[in-house]
Design a binder for this molecule. Structure first.
Ligand SMILES: Nc1ncnc2c1ncn2[C@@H]1O[C@H](COP(=O)(O)OP(=O)(O)OP(=O)(O)O)[C@@H](O)[C@H]1O
Length: 260
């Protein structure tokens, strides 16, 4: 069975993957990137997918986003199309920050006055209210990622009534310097709490995963499978440090067993 289906199961699930397999290519050149992935994300939940390079994290996000189809298994979504944010902000260089945020609303047919109001609210939410008329080249890398976050939220939150909002983030801060990354991580947590959107966040950085996620899901490599998952409470509490240490240990084991 192979499908990506909208689900109207009610409010208990933002996205559910059941027995998902993904194979690229055919015959002797076939690569099974994912095998038997089961994952459920609740509405409003923040889940981090953690794994070494090449374990299939981006493939999982692409399948959830509908950018690719699973070779087997099912993906059920409570929204018709989740919003995606990548490592690069990918803003339209000829549009101002505000117009970039408005873009998904324009494509969805939202009227001009309303989309201007919503873009202004979202730029305010990501603390860029004074930068709406700037073009991407006038902004820093961190500011561009904040515009990209506002644009993704415009897209995700525009589907209210369509199901739970879902934001898919593929290593969105990994190209930024450590100070900006740290700042944007706390900004993302603030924005997530303010909007209540479910987030699936891909990273290879254990500390980032533990800091952001309510749940951290560790994937193995070749094929990508769920190895273990952890519920994360407070990173600054003693248990937070222990969880970080434990996840680091498991990740090292997974990488060395793959290398052996
Ligand atoms: N279009 C494709 N064709 C063939 N193989 C692919 C394709 N996309 C991904 N793969 C393979 O699938 C596996 C998983 O790739 P994926 O990009 O999902 O990993 P990742 O965990 O996101 O890696 P990274 O952290 O380096 O971005 C890799 O072995 C990769 O080479």
């Amino acid at each position: 069975m192979t499908a990506t289906l909208p689900t109207h199961r009610g409010t208990d699930t933002a996205v559910r993957l059941t027995g998902v397999r993904k194979t690229f290519g055919q015959g002797t050149r076939a690569v099974t990137a994912l095998d038997g992935i089961d994952l459920r994300v609740a509405p409003g939940e923040f889940v981090c997918l953690l794994g070494a390079s090449g374990c299939g994290k981006t493939t999982v996000l692409n399948l959830i986003a509908g950018l690719d189809q699973p070779s087997a298994g099912t993906i059920e979504l409570s929204t018709s199309r989740p919003a995606v944010m990548f490592q690069e902000a990918a803003l339209m260089p000829w549009l101002t920050a505000a117009r970039n945020v408005e873009l998904p609303l324009r494509l969805a047919g939202v009227k001009k006055a309303e989309r201007e109001t919503r873009a202004a609210e979202l730029l305010d939410l990501v603390r860029l209210s004074g930068a709406g008329d700037k073009r991407p080249h006038e902004l820093s890398g961190g500011m561009r990622q904040r515009v990209a976050l506002a644009r993704a939220l415009a897209s995700a939150l525009n589907r209210e009534g369509d199901g739970a909002a879902l934001l898919l983030m593929d290593e969105p801060f990994s190209a930024l310097d450590a100070i900006t990354r740290d700042f944007l991580q706390s900004e993302l947590l603030r924005v997530w709490q303010a909007t209540g959107t479910a987030v699936v966040f891909v990273t290879h950085d254990v500390r980032e995963a533990v800091r952001l996620g309510q749940r951290v899901v560790l994937l193995s490599s070749k094929p990508g499978r769920v190895v273990q998952e952890w519920a994360v409470a407070d990173l600054d509490a003693p248990e937070g440090a222990l969880v970080t240490e434990e996840i680091n240990g498991r990740l090292r084991e997974v990488i060395s067993s793959h290398a052996a």
